[in-house]
Design a protein around this ligand. Structure first.
Ligand code: GDP
Length: 461
């Protein structure tokens, strides 16, 4: 058996020869990460056979020979549950794969023929592709590193419909005295209520929620590190007085746990994983947010701009100072494009770009190559045309999750950020569709090959 050191060295040499690439997929919950990664792996494994990857030159030119799964490098990271996902899609009726909840990994070795054949004629090459999937919620915690407990508490807003979901917790927390000795049991139950508020907010479609691990605790479920919450009453407290509070006070205990969370949860993710990614795709469920209404849509915009700070490599950015990341190419994609008719796709990409206008500007300024696109990882509908009063109209045909056949026109995607008028007209409504039976073919998709080309195409020439 090879020693870990030798394996690391071999990896390093592979990287040196540009034969290894670490590609990460992220997005907020339900953005479509699990579907995306399942389909991406499925397409590469069917490459050279029946996969339809015309927008990926290596595939179009017949040089992509296939891919196979091999043992991953980090044995401590859970493996991406590919078989479970494929089994769900093969069930009768087909089902969407259960989403992943933490970080997971899968390693593929891709075989291809280089474009210009060297002296060796029929030479083939290998690209080792490490695929990672992790929750976008974890990236919402980056800004938390620039705070101390008091300033973080002040930065958390509890207003509007979102604030109402925390009403219970707020009422209880308002009665607490930061200087009083901590009651562990009470603190744990308040922390749980705070986490419940976060979960209710997420259920209601909000995504600007912190701390990220409270929503997706993984193996930290119930650990004291996840037992803290902001203290809204600190607004006008004097910093010196706070700093002087005894170690066993409520304030000092919460502040300690906050620091622990920063040092032992947030930082290690960036240091051990994020810093080592070469390429990244961020998936965004723009259509889902349009379907859910104005408050959710704005919330999505806010979370995305916070999430995208993790890709702001400006020299003075928090991230660069702390971790020196090296992602050299980024894609952002509006997912589930099969929920709208094809002539709406350019608008969908336009809307995604409008939603991310500020972060995109920063990225371009920092010279990080980035591409925006719209795609469907697993296409569940078919584009149709219907006659109505003598005119042809675009429509979609699919099967709803309840098994009802549907033929519909979901509406027009606004090409720019939707205004009050758009919401008043409520021009948008679509049901969720069931995936189609897949048989032996590669999964049907829309522009997944374009995403692949941008993310790995240059390594297959
Ligand atoms: P994750 O939480 O980011 O891993 O999201 P999933 O990949 O689990 O996707 C969430 C849900 O969105 C799925 O259960 C599907 O209902 C839907 N979905 C994801 N990708 C697609 C797609 O390409 N087309 C359609 N129609 N629905 C999708």
């Amino acid at each position: 058996m090879r020693q870990p050191f030798t394996r690391e060295l071999a990896d390093l040499l592979e990287r040196g020869r540009d034969r290894q690439l670490r590609l990460a997929v992220t997005g907020l919950s339900r953005a479509g990460k699990t579907a995306f990664l399942t389909s991406l792996i499925d397409q590469l494994r069917h490459a050279g056979l029946e996969a339809r990857l015309d927008l990926l030159p290596a595939a179009r030119e017949g040089r992509l020979l296939g891919a196979r799964r091999v043992e991953q490098q980090d044995l401590g990271v859970p493996r991406f549950p590919l078989d479970r996902a494929l089994a769900a899609l093969d069930a009768e009726p087909p089902q969407w794969p259960a989403p992943t909840r933490g970080i997971s990994e899968l390693r593929l070795v891709i075989r291809y023929r280089p474009r210009r054949r060297g002296w060796a004629g029929g030479e083939t090459r290998r690209l080792t592709l490490d695929l990672f999937d992790y929750p976008g919620e974890w990236l919402l915690d980056l800004p938390l590193l620039s705070h101390d407990f008091a300033s973080w508490s002040r930065s958390q807003a509890f207003t509007g419909e979102r604030g109402a979901l925390f009403a219970d917790w707020r009422e209880a927390v308002a009665r607490l005295d930061p200087a009083a000795p901590v009651d562990e049991g009470r603190l744990a139950s308040l922390a749980e209520r705070y986490a419940e508020g976060l979960r209710a907010a997420r259920e209601a479609g909000f995504s600007d929620l912190q701390p990220g691990r409270f929503l997706l605790p993984g193996d930290l479920e119930g650990a004291p590190v996840l037992q803290f919450f902001p203290l809204p009453s600190l607004d006008d407290a004097d910093p010196a007085t706070l700093a002087g509070l005894p170690e066993d006070s409520l304030y000092a205990t919460l502040a300690r746990r906050f620091r622990y969370y920063q040092q032992h949860i947030v930082r290690p993710f960036y240091r051990e994983h994020f810093r080592r990614f070469d390429r990244q795709i961020v998936l965004v469920d723009v259509l889902g947010a349009l379907n859910a209404g104005p408050e959710r849509f704005e919330d999505l915009a806010r979370s995305l701009s916070r999430l995208m700070q993790s890709f702001d490599y400006g020299r003075r950015s928090l991230l660069t100072r702390l971790f020196a990341p090296r992602i050299d190419r980024l894609a952002i994609a509006a997912t589930k494009a099969d929920h709208v008719t094809p002539e709406q796709h350019p608008r969908l990409t336009g809307l995604l770009e409008a939603l991310l206008a500020e972060p995109l500007k920063d990225l371009r300024f920092a010279d990080v190559p980035v591409r925006a696109l719209s795609l469907a990882a697993i296409r569940a509908t078919e584009a149709r045309e219907v006659d109505h009063q003598g005119r042809r109209h675009p429509a979609l045909r699919g099967t709803t999750l309840d098994g009802e056949p549907a033929l519909l026109f979901p509406g027009e995607v606004p090409a720019r950020l939707p205004d009050a008028d758009f919401w008043r007209r409520q021009g948008f409504a679509f049901p969720a569709f069931r995936p189609r039976p897949r048989g032996d073919d590669a999964l049907p998709h829309i522009r997944l090959d374009a995403a692949l080309d941008w993310l790995i195409g240059d390594k297959l020439t």
